[in-house]
Design a protein around this ligand. Structure first.
Ligand code: ATP
Length: 251
């Protein structure tokens, strides 16, 4: 992980749904201007990890620090105000509203006048020029990739310092995935930290600074993307943990 002061520190995170625990022990850090990709098979616990960080799911173990402050008990709204924005999987945009109306809605959490949001909208149009070209069209008329960019743009309207992205590649053609990833990579230059949950392993590794592989609710591998051994990563990705915490490689 990087030497810069971490924006987010997740330590021994455990979470689930009611009495069902699905995340047992996940730890990683995210620094400003860096992207951490969370990889793992279906059901590994990646979305649940993001939900716990954003405050949607209660923590049942471990701790989360944001900007040096312990936030385990903070509500979703408080975390948004502190600077977290979460783009949930599949929940893209309001189809009947125009592109610009979607962006304005994304900025509503900042509680400022509508006119004050136009500066931010211009910034988003700079990052995603296609949204400017389509600003007056219903969001539902755009392609899946464009809608994904709008979903990310709407989240950025809250001026987050940490962006949580859950499978932005979902349902998109490979060439579109590449473009969305490219745009996500450019966001790092604005200085925000990013957690990206993905199953598009190659595309996400191409833009990641740090990698965390999760299996059965535990991290099984973590480190800088540039130092990752691909074979080791594959073994961790496809490995299956036994109840005593050991790893059985199933590839
Ligand atoms: P995917 O890529 O398939 O979304 P994931 O790694 O994000 O996988 P999670 O969505 O975190 O995995 O799911 C982890 C486990 O939690 C799965 O076994 C799943 O069935 C279970 N789970 C997810 N959502 C709920 C829920 N609302 N209620 C109960 N169990 C759930």
């Amino acid at each position: 992980m990087s030497a810069a002061k971490p924006l987010l520190k997740v330590d021994g995170l455990a979470a689930g749904y009611g009495d069902l625990r699905v995340v047992w022990d996940v730890s990683f850090e995210v620094s400003p201007g860096r992207l951490t990709v969370l990889l793992g098979r279906n059901g590994a616990g990646k979305t649940t990890t993001l939900r716990a960080i954003s405050g949607l799911n209660k923590l049942t173990g471990g701790r989360i620090e944001f900007d040096g402050e312990q936030i385990d008990k903070a509500t979703v709204a408080e975390r948004v105000r502190m600077g977290m924005s979460y783009v949930q999987e599949g929940k893209r945009v309001l189809h009947a509203q125009t592109v610009e109306e979607n962006l304005l809605l994304g900025g509503r959490v900042r509680n400022v006048r509508r006119s004050a949001l136009h500066e931010d909208i211009d910034r988003i149009y700079g990052l995603f020029p296609i949204l400017k070209a389509k600003r007056s069209l219903p969001a539902g008329s755009m392609s899946g990739g464009q809608q994904q960019m709008l979903a990310i743009g709407s989240a950025l309207m809250a001026r987050p310092r940490l962006l949580l992205l859950d499978e932005p590649s979902g349902g998109l053609a490979p060439v579109v995935v590449k473009e969305v990833m490219q745009r996500v990579a450019e966001l790092k230059e604005t200085g925000i930290g990013i957690i990206l949950v993905e199953q598009a392993v190659e595309a996400s590794l191409a833009i990641a600074d740090d990698v965390v592989v999760v299996d059965m609710g535990r991290n099984v591998l973590a480190g800088p993307a540039g130092e990752m051994d691909l074979e080791e990563l594959k073994r961790a990705y496809f490995g299956t943990r036994t109840p005593d915490g050991g790893t059985v490689v199933s590839s």
